[in-house]
Ligand binder design. Structure first.
Ligand SMILES: [Zn+2]
Length: 75
């Protein structure tokens, strides 16, 4: 089971990690069940996608902390 990480801001694919279950992702990121529903998506082709943030957007956020809507931020 491969999990794709995608940047929620610019839609870039960040990478693919070989997790065996959604449970493993939740533990790694310490997501609640509610957060998991929000950030982990099951695609029609069987893939699982996790919304995250790429290096580029993370750097932008550090430089311009008010540029993005913080309420949409993945903690
Ligand atoms: Zn990005």
């Amino acid at each position: 089971m491969a999990i794709r990480y995608r940047c929620r801001h610019c839609n870039t694919e960040i990478g693919v990690l070989p997790f065996d279950s959604e449970e493993s992702i939740r533990k790694l990121h310490q997501l609640s069940e509610q957060e998991a529903k929000e950030f982990i998506h099951h695609e029609q082709n069987g893939d699982t996608t996790v919304e995250s943030i790429c290096e580029h957007c993370e750097n932008s956020l550090k430089k311009f902390p008010n540029y993005y809507a913080l309420k949409n931020w993945l903690q």
